[in-house]
Design a protein around this ligand. Structure first.
Ligand code: CA
Length: 235
C-alpha cells in the first residue's frame, strides 16, 4: 500500500480551506487543516506533514512569519497561496524559502501540479543538500544532458555558452518552480556576486534565441515578471 503524503493546509477562510482539502483528498493526499499561524507551527512540529499550503493573511500572524519560523529548522516544502499578487510579495516569499507561490484564485490543476513539483524536489535532494546532477532532463523537444553538459533542441546541440548552460541546467533541476533572480545569481555565481539582473536578462535573451521557436512567446523558460524564471515541467 502506498503511503499517502500528508499536507497541512493553513488557511483561515473556511470555504477556501474546504476547497483545497477536498481537491487534495480526492487526489490521494491526507490533509490536515488549521486556521492560524500558532496552530500551524504546533502541527508542523507534532504531525510532521510532507508539505504545507500556506495562506499569508492569517488572523494571528502573517504567513511570512510562519514561513520564516518553519525555515529556521525545516526544509519541508511550502506552497504559498495568497491574494497578494504584487511582485515583491512573491519575491519575498520565495527568497524566504517558499517553494512556490500561487495567487488566488487558482485552478485545481495548477495547485496539484505545484504540490507535486514541490514534493518531488524534496525527494531528489541528496544528503548534503545537493541536487542530483547526472542523467537527463527532458521536456517537450528540449533535453538537458547533465553528463555531457549540453542542451539539445530536437536532438541538436543548442550550443549554449558556459553561463547560458549554467542557467538552463539550474532551471531544469527545479523545473516547474519559479526561481528568483537573486536565487539564480547566488547559486551560479556565489553569495558575493553583484545582484544585477541585467546579466541574467542578457543571457536569457540569448538562450531564448537558441532554444525557443519564438523568443517572444517562450514555450520552455517562462518569465515571472519582476520575480524570476520558471522552466516548463512535464511533456
Ligand atoms: Ca486569509
Amino acid at each position: 500500500m502506498k503511503i499517502k503524503d500528508k499536507v497541512l493546509i493553513v488557511e483561515d477562510e473556511q470555504s477556501i480551506s474546504n476547497f483545497i482539502s477536498t481537491i487534495l483528498a480526492a487526489n490521494g493526499y491526507d490533509t490536515m487543516t488549521v486556521r492560524s499561524g500558532e496552530e500551524a507551527l504546533t502541527m508542523v512540529s507534532s504531525h510532521c506533514p510532507d508539505l504545507i499550503v500556506l495562506d499569508l493573511g492569517l488572523p494571528d500572524m502573517d504567513g511570512m512569519e510562519v514561513l520564516r519560523e518553519v525555515r529556521r529548522w525545516s526544509s519541508l516544502p511550502v506552497v504559498v497561496v495568497s491574494a497578494r499578487q504584487h511582485e515583491n510579495d512573491k519575491v519575498d516569499a520565495l527568497d524566504c524559502g517558499a517553494d512556490d507561490y500561487l495567487v488566488k484564485p487558482f485552478g485545481t490543476a495548477e495547485l496539484l501540479a505545484r504540490i507535486r513539483t514541490a514534493i518531488r524536489h524534496t525527494r531528489t535532494v541528496l544528503p548534503g543538500g545537493q541536487i542530483a546532477q547526472t542523467g537527463k532532463f527532458v521536456t517537450g523537444e528540449l533535453t538537458i544532458d547533465y553528463d555531457k553538459h549540453q542542451v539539445l533542441m530536437r536532438g541538436e546541440n543548442a550550443k549554449l555558452t558556459v553561463n547560458e548552460y549554467k542557467i538552463v541546467s539550474l532551471l531544469g533541476k527545479y523545473a516547474g518552480k519559479v526561481l528568483t533572480y537573486d536565487f539564480i545569481i547566488r547559486e551560479l555565481w556565489g553569495p558575493k556576486a553583484r545582484t544585477d539582473n541585467q546579466i541574467l536578462r542578457v543571457n536569457m535573451a540569448n538562450i531564448r534565441r537558441k532554444i525557443e521557436k519564438d523568443p517572444g512567446q517562450p514555450e520552455y523558460i517562462f518569465t515571472e515578471v519582476g520575480v524570476g524564471y520558471r522552466m516548463r515541467d512535464g511533456d
